[in-house]
Design a protein around this ligand. Structure first.
Ligand code: ADP
Ligand code: MG
Length: 255
């Protein structure tokens, strides 16, 4: 197996002497190529902070983050923006599509920004669009397509650059259950058919049940880890609820 991500003794503290919040408190884990990993935990457990450190939006207080062997905690500002553009794909809660661009242009823009040769752009956009079954709406603008189609365009945009890692923070947080299911199926497509390595933060057990492995955070530390293995999604869901109960977490706790 090929290692994509290695997090070592990661710490992120907020505040000053006497009033310190250990948002991430000595976390370590690895992600192999092709994994679909969930990060779960109650509100305030450090999920977003961890993801922001991985995406270099936030600087770690201590520790190391190796992505494809490069320690990204050591990169300079200019290297960081290139790293983010080329190595990471993001799926945002509100999808962040540009309203003045068609679906095709929204996806192609990700490639233009990374300096992909023009001749490669069209086949790559069409390939991911076909996998995500949005080939027939590429000429439409975001306001002309359904919420589910917008999600798939956003997924296409996140993956078209072939990033080493796709990051998603509470991607189903603002969706009803039908839309959530559709988005999760798109993420499965990215993972199964387009070989994307995905790290998804969620507080929701149903959403997490689509992952193959889950890390549970509590007070900035890894409390437990479970692997889906041969379990059906329903069985995995039950195990997730068991761990949440064990953690004393409040299942209704949102964000
Ligand atoms: N910018 C910040 N300044 C100070 N404290 C923060 C900041 N961001 C997060 N925290 C604190 O760090 C802890 C973890 O927050 P967060 O990572 O947002 O948790 P989650 O995403 O799991 O809800 C919380 O106690 C939160 O109040
Ligand atoms: Mg959060």
């Amino acid at each position: 197996m090929e290692q994509i991500l290695k997090v070592e003794h990661l710490e992120k503290y907020y505040g000053t002497r006497g009033n310190v919040t250990k948002a991430v408190d000595d976390i370590g884990f690895e992600v192999q190529k092709g994994e679909f990993v969930g990060i779960m935990g109650a509100s305030g457990s450090g999920k977003t902070t961890l993801l922001n450190c991985l995406s270099t939006i936030d600087a770690a207080t201590a520790g190391h983050i190796l992505l494809e062997g490069t320690d990204i905690t050591r990169l300079k500002a200019k290297q960081l923006s290139k790293f983010r553009r080329t190595k990471l794909g993001f799926i945002f809660q509100d999808f962040n599509l540009l309203d003045t661009l068609t679906a095709y242009e929204n996806i192609a823009l990700a490639l233009t920004i990374t300096g992909t040769p023009a001749s490669e752009i069209d086949p790559r956009v069409k390939h991911v669009a076909e996998e995500l079954e949005i080939g027939d709406i590429l000429a439409k603008y975001p306001y002309e397509i359904s919420g589910g189609q917008k999600q798939r365009v956003a997924c296409a945009r996140a993956i078209v650059t072939k990033p080493a890692l796709v990051l998603a923070d509470e991607p189903t947080g603002a969706l009803d259950s039908k839309s959530s299911r559709m988005l999760l199926e798109s993420l499965e497509t990215l993972n199964d058919d387009l070989q994307a390595t995905i790290l998804m933060v969620t507080h929701d057990a149903f959403t997490a049940s689509y992952c193959r492995r889950i890390l549970f955070l509590r007070d900035g530390m890894i409390f437990d880890e479970i692997v889906r293995g041969q379990d059906t999604r329903k069985q995995f869901f039950s195990r997730i609820i068991e761990v949440q109960t064990l953690m004393g977490g409040d299942n209704s706790n949102v964000l």
